[in-house]
Write a protein that binds this ligand. Structure first.
Ligand code: C5P
Length: 223
């Protein structure tokens, strides 16, 4: 069974998807990490963002492998580096690139061939797995997402301005919603879950219940 979780940045998709996969005993795929790793590789190899063919070729040359929660780029653990703000600042060059997307979509589909999967991103229920049995569109208002970010940063000892964070979130939403390929848009058959005011536990409970209902319907259909 494939469970897709799409939604905007900062809606808590990664933590929720990871926790859900753990409860269900499914594998978990963080597709944003794949785009981040390609961006990191391009920065390290100094590929110019305007060199479209080189970028596409690079995405095919590198090896991306998940090892539990860690992502290995050519065998090197880059899980922390890809979260650096310098990567977030340039990632649109990679995420907007048709050739890079084509290749990453292919890799994502290959992951699903290995069995039950919870996959998380922007285009999982629309482009990558249009026939997925269970699709979720996870959102929170920009203000709620900014509040969570500020609280997270504070807990980590970093002081950030709410207005600045809100502005960044709105800018990422705009980019995600208007890119020519792999645009952030809910699948017609996705269940929308608004997480404002809910704890992570409550969100995972809700999704687990949804998956159980789909599993029952799926089994009944294939019996
Ligand atoms: O989810 P995360 O913030 O790690 O994603 C990093 C970037 O990759 C985002 O800015 C998003 O635009 C892009 N992305 C994408 N398609 C996906 C997953 C992420 O374009 N399936």
């Amino acid at each position: 069974m494939i469970v897709t979780i799409d939604g905007p940045a900062g809606a808590g998709k990664s933590s929720v998807a990871r926790a859900l996969a753990g409860r269900l005993g499914f594998r978990f795929l963080d597709t944003g990490a794949m785009y981040r790793a390609v961006a990191l590789a391009a920065m390290e190899r100094r590929v110019a963002w305007s060199a479209s063919d080189e970028l596409a070729a690079l995405s095919r040359q590198i090896s991306l492998q998940f090892d539990g929660d860690r992502l290995l780029l050519d065998g090197r653990d880059v899980s922390d580096e890809i979260r650096d703000p310098s990567v977030a600042g340039v990632i649109h060059h990679v995420a907007d690139h048709v050739g890079v997307r084509e290749h990453l979509v292919e890799l994502q589909r290959r992951e699903a061939e290995r069995g039950d999967l919870v996959t998380e991103g922007r285009d999982q229920g629309t482009v990558v797995f249009p026939a997925a049995e269970c699709k979720v569109f996870l959102t929170a208002t920009p203000e709620e997402r900014a509040r969570r970010r500020v609280a997270q940063d504070l807990a980590g000892g970093r002081i950030v301005q709410f207005d600045e964070v809100l502005q960044q979130i709105r800018e990422r939403d705009r980019r995600d919603e208007t890119r020519p390929v792999g645009r952030l848009v809910p699948a017609a058959d996705a269940v929308h879950v608004l997480t404002d005011g809910l704890t992570q536990e409550q969100v995972v409970d809700r999704l687990q219940q949804l998956v159980s209902e789909r599993q029952l319907a799926w089994r009944a259909n294939s019996a």
